[in-house]
Write a protein that binds this ligand. Structure first.
Ligand code: C2E
Ligand code: MG
Ligand code: MG
Length: 735
C-alpha cells in the first residue's frame, strides 16, 4: 500500500464517484485546443472552480487539430471549444472548424477562436459560415473577458440544445402517436406506451401500465393492463395485487394528482383521457433523464388523447371486424387473420366451414325476429366449446360459420356432437343440425384456395351428406382445374354455335296427351366433348355468362315453339329453365315480353322454371319477380321441389302455377315409404294451393301407376320420352 493517508483516499474515491454519477447536464464540457501547453494551464487557472450558468466546468484538452478530432469523436455534448487558430500551420485552426461543422456534423458546439497574432483574424464570411461565436486575441482574454465570452457561448449552446431536444422530442411524440393509434385494443396500446417511453427517454425501461376508469370513485379499482418483463404476470390484475407499497403509492399519487412523478430511477407518467386515466410506471437501471417539462407534458397529453381515440378506434374496429349479432369475428377479421397465420403449422391444421341446415325453415317456424337469437346461441356454443388461443371461430355471413385450428382440436365429429342437444333460443329449445366442409390446409396452396376448398367441400356435403361433412380432396382440385378449363371454352361456345336445344315432352297423366315440352340446353365443345348442363350451368352462373346463354335459350325456345305451333301442334306449351342470376337482371321481365312479341308467341304457352333452392335464397325478391312474370302472362313453375326446403308460408305467397316434384323422390317409389309419403303430401299441398303437380324423372311403369293413383297431374321422364332435338321431336310427336 502506498503512503496515501485515509482522507486523501476518501477524497479520490468520492471524486471518482461524483464524477461518474454526474449526468452531462450537470457540467459543461469545454475543450481547449492549443499547441501551446502554457495556454492550457493559463485557461485552467483563469477558470479554476468557476461555475457558469449553474454548472461546473469540465475541461478537455487537445494539443493539435488531429488530437482535437479524436476528442470530439469520443466525447459527446462538448459545449464550447476554445480554439487556437494557428497551430501546425496558419490555417490549421480554421481547417479544423470546417471539419467540426462539415465532417463531424457538430452543429451545436459553440466555438471561440483565439489567436496569438492579431493579424490572423479570419474573414467575416468564415465566421458566419462556420457559426463561430467569438474571435479574440489571446492577450485580450483576461479572466473576466474569457468568462463573459464563455457565458454567452454557453447560453447560446443551451438554447440550441433545448431547441434540438424539443425537436427530437416532438418527432418522438409524433412517432409515438402514430404508433399508438395503429394499435388495436387497450392492451396493445398500453404495451406500446412502454416501448414509446423507452425510446422517448432513450433508455431501456421496464414497468407497467395502470388504468383507472373515471367512474370509479376510489383509487382501489386501478387495473394493470400491460407490463414489461418484470411485471408480466400482473397483467389484468388489480394494482394492489402488486404487493409493492412504494410503487402503488407512486401510481396512486399520479392518478389522483393528475401529474407525472419523476424520481431518480423511476417515474410515473400520467396520461389523462376522457374515458379513463392511465399511469405508466417505469423503472430503469440508470438514472432517468429529465426531459424538458413542456415536451414531457406534450408527450403525456398526446398519449392521453390517443387513449381517447382508442375508444373510438376500438369502436370502429368492432364495426369492421366483429360480427354484431354473435360477437364473433366477422368475415373481414377472419380472412385477415387466416391470411396472416396461414403458413404457421399448415401441416396439421384445417379450415372448417359450418352451415346450419334448413336455416330458412327454422326462421320461418320460430319467427324472423328470433333468427338472430339462433345465430347468437349457435355462435356462442361454438365459441364456448372450441375457441382458444389455437382455434379461431368466426361468422362468415348468413348461417355460415368457420373454424381454423389444429386437426385434433376441431374434429368435425366433435363439432357435430356439440349440437346433439338443442339450442336455447329465448324460452325455447331449437334442435339444429349442421353440414360442414373441411379443408386440410396442407392440401391447399394459400388462404384463398383454402377458403374456396372449404366452401366447395361444404357444397358437396350439402348435396350428398346433408347433416354430415365432406373433406376437400385432391380430386376436388382436379374438379377445379376442369372447371377452369370449362370456363375458358365456355367463353366462345355461344359465338361458335356449340349449343343446341333438346326438348323433353311433358304428359297429362289423366289423358296421356302431350301438354308441354321442357327445353334443355346441350353443349358439345370444340373438341367434340359432350358437357352436361349440370356441369357447365353452375359455371356459367358464377361467371355471369348465364345471362347471354339464358337469352339464347329463351329466344330459341320461343322461335321453335312458334314453328311447332305453325306445324300443327297448337296446344303445346314450352318450359324454359331460368337461373337466379337471370332473374336478378332488372331487364329480365321486359326481355321476356319483347321476345314473346318478336316471335309472335302467346305468353300463356310459356312456362318459366325456377329451381326451388334458388327461389329460397332471396324469397322476397323471388315473390316480386314471379308477380312481374305473371303480369306478362307467362306461367311459373317451381323446379326440383323437395330439395330446397321451402316453407309453406312462402309457397302460399309465391304466385306459382306448378310444382315439379324432384326426380329423387320419384326414383324411390316402391322402395321408400318416406318418399312415397312425401310425394303424397306434396300432391295434397298442391291441390290445396290450387297448383298443378308435375313429377319428374319417371322411368318405370310402377312409378307411373303410383303417380296416377295419387292423382298427380302430369309427368315427364324417360318412360315417355328422352329429351330430343327438334327434328326427332317432330317425328315423335307425329307418331
Ligand atoms: P331440370 O330442369 O330439373 O331438368 C331435368 C333433368 O332431368 C334434365 O337433365 C333431364 O334430361 C333429366 N331427366 C328427365 N327425365 C329423366 C329420367 O327419366 N331419368 C333421368 N335419369 N333423368 C331425366 P339435364 O338436361 O342434364 O339438365 C340438368 C339440369 O340443368 C336441369 O335440371 C336444369 O336445372 C339445368 N338446365 C338444363 N338446361 C338449362 C337451360 O337451358 N337453362 C338453365 N338455366 N338451366 C338448364
Ligand atoms: Mg327444369
Ligand atoms: Mg327438375
Amino acid at each position: 500500500m502506498t503512503d496515501y493517508d485515509e482522507d486523501d483516499l476518501l477524497e479520490i474515491i468520492e471524486d471518482d464517484e461524483a464524477d461518474q454519477q454526474k449526468s452531462p447536464e450537470l457540467f459543461w464540457k469545454i475543450l481547449i485546443i492549443d499547441d501551446d501547453e502554457e495556454v492550457h494551464r493559463a485557461t485552467l487557472f483563469a477558470l479554476n472552480k468557476t461555475e457558469l450558468l449553474g454548472r461546473s466546468l469540465k475541461m478537455l484538452h487537445a494539443y493539435s487539430a488531429a488530437e482535437a478530432r479524436n476528442v470530439l469523436s469520443a466525447e459527446e455534448d462538448v459545449a464550447v471549444i476554445l480554439l487556437d487558430v494557428v497551430m501546425e500551420h496558419n490555417e490549421a485552426g480554421l481547417e479544423l472548424v470546417s471539419v467540426i461543422r462539415d465532417k463531424l456534423k457538430l452543429d451545436e458546439v459553440r466555438i471561440i477562436l483565439r489567436t496569438g497574432q492579431p493579424g490572423y483574424a479570419p474573414e467575416t464570411e468564415v465566421i458566419t459560415e462556420y457559426d463561430i461565436n467569438d474571435y479574440r486575441s489571446k492577450s485580450e482574454l483576461t479572466q473576466t473577458r474569457l468568462v463573459t465570452s464563455l457565458v454567452s457561448a454557453l447560453r447560446s449552446y443551451q438554447q440550441i440544445k433545448t431547441i434540438s431536444n424539443s425537436r427530437k422530442g416532438l418527432a418522438q411524440i409524433i412517432e409515438a402517436t402514430s404508433d399508438l393509434l395503429s394499435r388495436n385494443g387497450l392492451n396493445h396500446f398500453a404495451s406500446g406506451i412502454i416501448t414509446q417511453l423507452s425510446s422517448f427517454f432513450s433508455m431501456s425501461l421496464d414497468g407497467l401500465i395502470a388504468v383507472r376508469r373515471q367512474e370509479n370513485e376510489t383509487t382501489d379499482h386501478i387495473k394493470i393492463i400491460a407490463a414489461g418483463d418484470r411485471y408480466q404476470n400482473l397483467i389484468n390484475h388489480e394494482l394492489n395485487e402488486l404487493h409493492d407499497n412504494h410503487i402503488e403509492k407512486l401510481i396512486q399519487q399520479a392518478l389522483l394528482s393528475g401529474q407525472s412523478v419523476m424520481e431518480k430511477h423511476e417515474a410515473v407518467l400520467y396520461f389523462a383521457g376522457k374515458e379513463q386515466s392511465i399511469a405508466a410506471y417505469v423503472t430503469a437501471d440508470g438514472e432517468i433523464p429529465r426531459p424538458e417539462q413542456d415536451i414531457l407534458h406534450l408527450f403525456c397529453q398526446n398519449i392521453g388523447m390517443c387513449s381517447d381515440n382508442l375508444a373510438l378506434v376500438d369502436h370502429l374496429h368492432d364495426q369492421i371486424y366483429i360480427d354484431q349479432t354473435t360477437g364473433l369475428s366477422n368475415r373481414n377479421q377472419f380472412v385477415e387473420n387466416f391470411q396472416k397465420n396461414f403458413e404457421k403449422d399448415k401441416v396439421s391444421k384445417s379450415l372448417i366451414v359450418i352451415n346450419i341446415d334448413h336455416f330458412n325453415s327454422i326462421v320461418e317456424t320460430i319467427g324472423a325476429r328470433r333468427s338472430s337469437q339462433i345465430l347468437q346461441s349457435f355462435g356462442q356454443r361454438l365459441a364456448e366449446k372450441f375457441q382458444s388461443d389455437e382455434v379461431a371461430v368466426a361468422r362468415l355471413g348468413g348461417d355460415i360459420f368457420s373454424m381454423v385450428g389444429p386437426d385434433e382440436a376441431i374434429d368435425p365429429v366433435k363439432i357435430q356432437d356439440i349440437f346433439e342437444s338443442p339450442l336455447p333460443v329465448g324460452d325455447m329449445s331449437i334442435p339444429v343440425s349442421i353440414t360442414m366442409g373441411v379443408a386440410p390446409l396442407s392440401k391447399t396452396d394459400d388462404y384463398v384456395t383454402a377458403i374456396s376448398a372449404a366452401y366447395s367441400a361444404l357444397k358437396k356435403a350439402k348435396f350428398h351428406h346433408r347433416g354430415g361433412y365432406y373433406t376437400y380432396s385432391e380430386e376436388m382440385s382436379q374438379d377445379l382445374t376442369q372447371r377452369v378449363n370449362i370456363l375458358n371454352s365456355l367463353r366462345d361456345a355461344l359465338k361458335a354455335d356449340e349449343f343446341y336445344l333438346v326438348y323433353q315432352p311433358q304428359l297429362d297423366l289423366k289423358t296421356d296427351k302431350v301438354i308441354g315440352l321442357e327445353t334443355l340446353i346441350r353443349w358439345v365443345n370444340n373438341k367434340g366433348e359432350f358437357i352436361a348442363p349440370s356441369v357447365f350451368i353452375p359455371i356459367a352462373e358464377n361467371s355471369g355468362m348465364i345471362q347471354a346463354i339464358g337469352r339464347w335459350v329463351f329466344e330459341n325456345s320461343c322461335k321453335n315453339l312458334a314453328r311447332l305451333h305453325q306445324q300443327g301442334f297448337e296446344d303445346i306449351s314450352i318450359s324454359v329453365n331460368v337461373s337466379a342470376a337471370q332473374l336478378k337482371d332488372p331487364k329480365f321481365i321486359s326481355f321476356v315480353e319483347s321476345t314473346l312479341q318478336a316471335f309472335n308467341v302467346e305468353a300463356r304457352y310459356v312456362d318459366i322454371e325456377i329451381t326451388e333452392t334458388l327461389a329460397m335464397e332471396d324469397i322476397e325478391y323471388c315473390i316480386s319477380i314471379i308477380d312481374g312474370l305473371k303480369q306478362v302472362g307467362v306461367h311459373v313453375s317451381l323446379d326440383d321441389f323437395g330439395t330446397g326446403y321451402s316453407s309453406l308460408a312462402y309457397l302460399q305467397r309465391m304466385n306459382l302455377d306448378r310444382i315439379k316434384v324432384d326426380r329423387s323422390f320419384v326414383m324411390q317409389i316402391g322402395q321408400s315409404l318416406t318418399s312415397e309419403r312425401i310425394i303424397r303430401s306434396i300432391i295434397n299441398l298442391g291441390k290445396q294451393l290450387e297448383l298443378d303437380i308435375l313429377a319428374e324423372g319417371i322411368e318405370t311403369a310402377d312409378q307411373e301407376s303410383f303417380l296416377k293413383n295419387v292423382n298427380c297431374d302430369s309427368a315427364q321422364g324417360y318412360r315417355f320420352a328422352k329429351p330430343m332435338d327438334y327434328e326427332s321431336l317432330l317425328q315423335w310427336l307425329n307418331k
